[in-house]
Design a protein around this ligand. Structure first.
Ligand code: GLV
Ligand code: MN
Ligand code: MN
Length: 419
């Protein structure tokens, strides 16, 4: 068969997505089927075990590195050639879907199975990677496994990261679930190229009726944890003018960062996703509040501007209310531009396969933004129904999944060179 006409088996890929989605499954009241597979929990281990079994079933050479990244490789005809890598993650947020990350990993297995079935060899090896803790929901920063993989964070520092909720140490959790592997990390050599198929996680493709996004880059991310300390006091006896209330300050920061994003306009976004009151009681002015602020922009200077305004807001509120605010950076990544030739390849391949396509930046963080530091990289996006992600209602229709995986197959084939 002419390799350019090769297509993946859509139902087979969908079946794997369904099977993996059962591990850590959460069900909503309206038939939603999501996933809670936080990084390095038992559910993550179960998901990894299943994917690794599929990797072995396909006859791939599987390595697990010191930060728990799993890489499965199909050999090429040139033993000296670097692999074309595809991949993503299988950890989810606590209220996640069955597609975010999982799709990129399972589409990689599917394309390898398709090549094997049709007896097509490639000059370059093809690797499928499953990176540790992409979400950053349990351990920060996000994209931690791929960051260490490319040498952007010291392995020892990554292993010492503590979970936001229960304080567990990442390295201990990795060992506990059996994924502290023997392969050194960072990787000894860079891939030849990296491609990641992912759901868009936003509303643009669906809104415009477009099937494939050729991703041009990823916006910058700035995550800060604030600890606001004031004076815990009786809610009935303490006059408003004499309060030092961290709860009030937290609320003002939440409305303040929303206002700053709206004032800046363009692509600036701002989110308070976590906010914990202590002691969290109806009749007690809180003693402390810990909260997170997520700022993102496609433009580094504008992102810095938003950080400056946010810091000034914190200082002003602290002085006005008589509280202290400690700021801790949880993650900070500059915007990333993908490789021009790889973006072109995704776009022209989508058009050749008959799909409507547009170029677009990614609003979400991805392992691809780390791999882009060491090799030519781009991503393929498929639509998200109602623009929803990080939500158990996350959904992408089977024909869209198949379209994206076919584009992935063809860009990988073009780069790995069939022979
Ligand atoms: C990861 O999914 C992020 O963009 O927060
Ligand atoms: Mn993802
Ligand atoms: Mn995600």
């Amino acid at each position: 068969m002419n390799p350019a006409e090769l297509r993946i088996d859509g139902p087979r890929l969908w079946a794997r997505l369904e099977a993996l989605g059962e591990l850590g499954a959460v069900h909503g009241p309206n038939g939603e089927r999501g996933c809670a597979r936080l990084a390095l929990t038992d559910a993550d281990r179960d998901g990894r075990d299943l994917v690794v079994r599929w990797m072995y079933d396909l006859g791939l050479a599987v390595t697990i590195d010191a930060i728990g990244n799993v890489v499965a490789t199909r050999l090429g005809t040139d033993p000296a050639a670097a692999p074309v890598m595809v991949g993503s993650h299988i950890d989810t947020v606590r209220t996640g879907g069955r597609f975010d990350g999982n799709l990129g990993v399972l589409a990689g297995l599917e394309l390898i199975e398709t090549l094997a079935q049709h007896g097509i060899a490639t000059h370059h090896p093809i690797s499928v990677a499953l990176f540790t803790n992409e979400e950053g929901a349990r351990f920060q920063p996000d994209m931690l496994g791929s960051l260490v993989y490319v040498g952007g964070m010291l392995l020892e520092d990554a292993l010492d990261v503590r979970a936001a909720d229960d304080g567990a140490r990442l390295g201990d959790e990795l060992g506990r679930i059996g994924y502290a592997g023997p392969t050194p990390c960072p990787a000894a050599a860079a891939p030849h190229a990296y491609f990641e198929l992912h759901i868009e996680q936003g509303p643009v493709l669906e809104d415009e009726g477009i099937t494939i996004g050729a991703v041009t880059g990823v916006q910058g991310i700035s995550w800060t944890e604030l600890t606001i300390s004031g004076q815990s006091a009786h809610a009935g006896t303490t006059p408003m003018r004499l309060r030092r209330d961290p709860g009030y300050v937290a609320a003002a920061i939440n409305t303040g960062v929303r206002a700053l994003a709206i004032e800046m306009g363009c692509t600036q976004v701002a989110t308070v996703g976590r906010c914990d009151f202590h002691p969290n009681l109806v009749n007690v002015v809180p003693a402390t509040v810990t909260m997170t602020v997520d700022l993102r922009n496609t433009d580094e200077l504008l992102l810095q501007q938003s950080e400056t305004v946010f810091a000034a807001l914190c200082d002003q509120l602290a002085a006005e209310e008589g509280v202290t605010i400690e700021r801790r950076t949880l993650a900070r990544f500059e915007p990333v531009e993908f490789d021009a030739a790889m973006i072109d390849l995704v776009e022209t391949t989508a058009i050749r396969l008959g799909h409507s396509t547009r170029r677009m930046p990614s609003g979400a963080g991805h392992d691809a933004q780390m791999l882009g530091r060491v090799c030519p990289t781009s991503m393929v996006f498929v639509p998200s129904t109602n623009g929803l992600s990080h939500n158990i209602a996350e959904y992408t229709a089977p024909h869209e999944i198949t379209a994206g995986a076919d584009v992935l197959l063809q860009v990988v084939l073009a780069t790995a060179v069939p022979c």
